[in-house]
Design a protein around this ligand. Sequence first.
Ligand SMILES: C[S@@+](CC[C@H](N)C(=O)[O-])C[C@H]1O[C@@H](n2cnc3c(N)ncnc32)[C@H](O)[C@@H]1O
Length: 269
Amino acid sequence: MLQADAQPQVYRCSNNHSFDLAREGYLNLLLAQHKRSRNPGDSDEMIRSRQRFLATGHYSPLSDAIVAAVANSGLGFDQTVLDLGCGEGHYMQQLREASNQASAGLKLFGMDISKFAVRLAAKRKIDARLVVDSVYAIPLFENRIDTAVSVFSPISAEETARVLKPGGRLIMVGPGEDHLSGLTALIYQQSLPHRGNYTGLENAQKFRLQEQIEIKQTMVVTGSDILDLLKMTPYYWHSRPEQQELLATLDTLETPIHFYLNIYQNQSN
Ligand SMILES: C[S@@+](CC[C@H](N)C(=O)[O-])C[C@H]1O[C@@H](n2cnc3c(N)ncnc32)[C@H](O)[C@@H]1O
């Protein structure tokens, strides 16, 4: 698909488009004509809030479950994992650390449509191949990936099945019914039904659900982490300035976190 150019920092595709390797070590494959906005995907502010919030460890029950689900594939960490909509790379870092502890040969690939996200992920230096591109056109040949991971991100069933090996697995994380209800109660009059990213797999014949893991706990968030939590979610865009101000002055926020981790097997040959 892509070939290194005579200049080591430049890659070229079969249509003769050239792509520069960024200083941080990722490739931006989004062509201007394929972008719907100047900076698609999550904004720099959202991504930085998410990075700070995830670093607090409030979501560690989720990251532990993702790491365990990858490890329990029968391949351990000797496999190729692709994080679809990887954001700033929090879950890839957890996978890399677990694989290093197991002295395993994990090959990590990550992609996100937000260049801000991929730039921060690249700064983690976790030996991952990283690209800015859309999950609706994954820049990989078919049958390359053992496990695809999608955490609260959009997904294309067709594209994911194409790059997964036959029998490969997709670990998909989305919100449970009560996820962050302590936060949303402060923003919306009525509780909203979450549909998460599972709709992307509806009617997808190529995936068979093998297992569903539910994670439900209460977390207590304090100080500036509360605003970071708001800013890393789409609720930020729905909140009014006075609601944001109220959240900024709260000392503590107690809310359920509620996730479903669905593990699917690729049925394509
Ligand atoms: C809710 S965030 C989740 C990020 C990360 N998986 C995490 O949980 O920390 C959703 C991510 O999907 C990315 N995204 C949105 N549309 C996308 C697309 N078409 N292709 C790739 N990434 C996309 C956004 O930029 C954002 O980083």
